[in-house]
Design a protein around this ligand. Structure first.
Ligand code: LLP
Length: 418
């Protein structure tokens, strides 16, 4: 299903030569395959065809409007975590009745913005948040549809920075206190209980944590039903891992096979919030070799992308496959691939075997479609990369490379101050 493949020793994206695309756009450049986004969405959707479900793509994963628009047109909903993401989702054409809003720190302004747009539901993460939602709903003369994000205390066995369903994590309300929370919400006439959500982490590579989560939330849903507080939606969050190196994560079909027997026949509509699975392998980051540098200790390949463009290696010790855009022979060398930023954490690979590339060669950093551009910054005053999408047999610049002017656009020098 991967769009990025070699033909005659050259890397293509859906039939177009990567080298020719970046000859126009320059580097660093994020390159996305629309076909892969569509295929990944379809694979997820089809896997769960046997149950009543909705896919709310996690906007944070890759919020380029062209990516969002592609998914909105397929009928996807959106999982958002901020007013900014709501703006992006609406701008891309997602219908508000398919938007769910998570996050532990929703502001009054964000709540009002979401209420005015009549989103499907707030995934509420604390009782003070519930109170604020009800206050805002009352002021706006609206009824807020809510779901509690429950924290089931499950270890998803992933990097600790992206585990979210353990008791010590800041997310959700403890599943042990959920019944009281629902009871309290049920007495408030500005709130309508519609759902329950759980999201235990990201880059999960086995089905067991998902199964455990489903068992726990179903038990809670049934007990709420007995209490006369039925929910309509059970939102199982995102988290399905992908292969960066040698992981063998479950496919959506494997996941479906593990959990459908548990939920089939239940009266709920299930929501899934995949992000990485949809966008991860749909994007690469293309960068150019600036210098080869050899020190007494190491060989460095210095490239024109930096940790400001792709921060996953330094943040999570993440592995991203790196290969030359044009194959350059079979001589491999052991190198560190590093960027131009003034930090030793500015690397894409360490002690990696790579073909003997030369100054000026292009490298592709794979599986960069998820949490790549969306986590990029202007650190070291580096304009952010351009984003390009291949749609059918053409490529389109879907975000222009930032300019130096962009770097200072919002800044102001105080007047009459020395
Ligand atoms: N739903 C919620 C409420 C989330 O917080 C997330 C991701 C998702 C869905 C989508 O999860 P996915 O299917 O992509 O695993 N920056 C990190 C990943 C952080 C994930 C944050 N939440 C990384 O680059 O690995």
């Amino acid at each position: 299903m991967c769009a990025f493949a070699y033909q005659d020793d050259e890397l293509y994206c859906d039939g177009l030569k990567v080298k020719e695309i970046v000859a126009e756009t320059g580097t660093p450049c994020y390159l996305y395959s629309q076909k892969t986004l569509i295929d990944n969405y379809a694979a997820f959707d089809e896997a769960f065809a046997a149950i009543n479900h909705m896919i709310c793509y996690a906007v944070k994963t890759n919020s380029n409007l062209a990516v969002l628009r592609t998914l909105a047109r397929l009928g996807a909903g959106a999982d958002i975590v901020s007013g900014g993401e709501l703006y992006q989702a609406l701008a891309a054409g997602f219908s508000p009745e398919k938007i769910v809003f998570a996050g532990v720190g929703k502001t009054e302004e964000e709540i009002a913005y979401a209420l005015k747009n009549d989103i499907l539901m707030f995934n509420v993460e604390s009782m003070p948040e519930l109170e604020l939602i009800s206050t805002v709903a009352k002021a706006l003369k609206r009824i807020a549809r809510i779901s509690f994000r429950v924290n089931p205390d499950i270890n998803p066995k992933t990097h600790h920075h992206i585990s979210t369903g353990l008791a010590q994590n800041k997310f959700g309300i403890s599943i042990n206190h959920a019944e009281e929370a629902y009871q309290e919400a049920s007495t408030n006439k500005f709130l309508e209980i519609v759902g329950m959500q759980v999201h235990i982490g990201s880059q999960i590579t086995t089905v067991e944590p998902f199964v455990e989560a489903v068992e726990k939330v179903l038990k809670l849903a049934y007990s709420l039903q007995e209490m006369g507080l039925p929910v309509k939606y059970i939102d199982l969050g995102g988290g399905l891992g992908i292969t960066y190196k040698d992981e063998k994560p479950p496919t959506p079909r494997d996941l479906a096979q593990a959990i459908i027997p548990l939920i089939k026949g239940s009266p709920y509509q299930f929501i899934f919030e995949p992000g990485r699975y949809i966008a991860g392998n749909a994007g690469i980051l293309v960068t150019r070799v600036l210098y080869l540098k050899e020190t007494p200790a190491k060989k460095f390949v210095i490239v024109d992308a930096g940790m400001n463009d792709l921060s996953r290696p330094v943040l999570y010790d993440a592995y991203h496959e790196i290969r030359p855009v044009e194959k350059v022979g079979n001589n491999e060398m052991i190198v560190d691939v590093v960027g131009p930023i003034c930090e030793s954490g500015d690397y894409f690979a360490r002690k990696r075997s790579l073909p003997a590339v030369q100054q000026g060669d292009l490298l592709a950093i794979f599986n960069a479609g998820a949490y790549g551009f969306s986590m990029s910054s202007n650190y070291n005053a580096r304009p952010r990369a351009c984003e390009v999408m291949v749609i059918k047999d053409k490529y389109h610049i879907v975000r222009e490379r930032e300019t130096y002017e962009d770097l200072v656009k919002k800044e102001k020098l105080p007047k009459n101050e020395s």
